[in-house]
Design a protein around this ligand. Structure first.
Ligand SMILES: [Zn+2]
Length: 91
């Protein structure tokens, strides 16, 4: 599988690290209930098909990316740079 990094161009997937589904957002630290944290940590979708995911280009530009790919075929449909404001809240 190859990922088209918006900063570095087309690179092998081995240069990237998968983090997680790009959808769920971490509940607000001290305000989160135990139930909200449980849902965030353990109740995830496992879709067969198109999926938005967070990837880190660790062996390249060290940017966080949102990769939209098909989990069955690994076809990559879109790669977007994660805005810095979202990046600090997501990691
Ligand atoms: Zn890159």
């Amino acid at each position: 599988m190859r990922i088209d990094c918006p900063h570095c161009g087309s690179r092998d997937v081995q240069e990237f690290i998968y983090l997680r589904d790009a959808g769920p957002r971490r509940p607000d630290g001290m305000a989160a209930t135990l139930a909200e944290m449980h849902v965030y940590l353990h109740e995830r979708d496992n879709p067969a098909g198109r999926h938005r995911e967070l990837w880190y280009h660790g062996s390249g530009c060290r940017a966080w990316l949102v990769v939209t790919r098909d989990t069955r075929t690994h076809a990559v449909f879109a790669v977007e740079a994660l805005p810095a404001s979202v990046e600090s809240a997501s990691t």
